[in-house]
Design a protein around this ligand. Sequence first.
Ligand code: KIV
Length: 275
Amino acid sequence: MYSAEPGAPIAAPLNVPSFRKMKAQAQRIVCLTAYDASFAAVMDAAGVDLVLVGDSLGMVVQGHSSTLPVTVDQMVYHSAAVARGLRRAVLMTDMPYQSYASPQRALEAAARLQAEGGAALVKLEGAGHVLDSIEYLSARDIPVCAHLGLTPQSVLKLGGYRVQGRDAEAALRLREDARRVAEAGAEMLVLECVPAALAAEITADIAIPTIGIGAGLQCDGQVLVMHDLLGVTPGRRPRFVKDFLAGAGTVEAAFVAYAEAVRKGSFPTQEHSFQ
Ligand code: KIV
């Protein structure tokens, strides 16, 4: 149950510039997804730095087989709920499928996610034509997180959820895309399901922080889908997932264990990474 105590002392709230400072000081960034106020409050108290309202909610909350059916209205609704649970962590919200098909559409959706949903950053998948939207939003002071590697909104074109950037040509393209999103003004970059060595090269290449999921230990931070961290992963569990609830006893202890493991660099291990 959501129970942030009004007036209780809290550590200084983080903000968007905090993450570049953390990269510069080699402090790992702890990120988790949330979809409601109650879990958001528990992870905030557990020391999670960045909370992502992922469009993964289409799969883990709504039960769809992909993220494609998620709408801007739904992201606004969940984002506003999560915002009410946070006191210290920064809130980032996904722009759903085709909501950034043009820079103007991106601006309309991003403005709603910020003004109604309380998001500090919005996240967009891909490079190519998406660079125009990243630039357009950044020029209007809307902080943007890019997302490269496995981009789930492209699942139909990719033909499934697979590791990306494995051959030399794809790896080079990914490195170039990472530079381009940073040049377009992105504040941060999520790297999903890419070989650990490639993610390490990208992390060293660009000044903005990288947040990995299935991208090895050398990223500047890590993100997991909350359900996966709590062992609620129906079917085959992806390689990069670890159940932190097993052995932790409580949900809060599981979030604390995850945050400590990310900060100490004991998660992810090679077992959770791709070569
Ligand atoms: O939608 C989501 O939860 C995400 C994370 C997997 C990074 O984009």
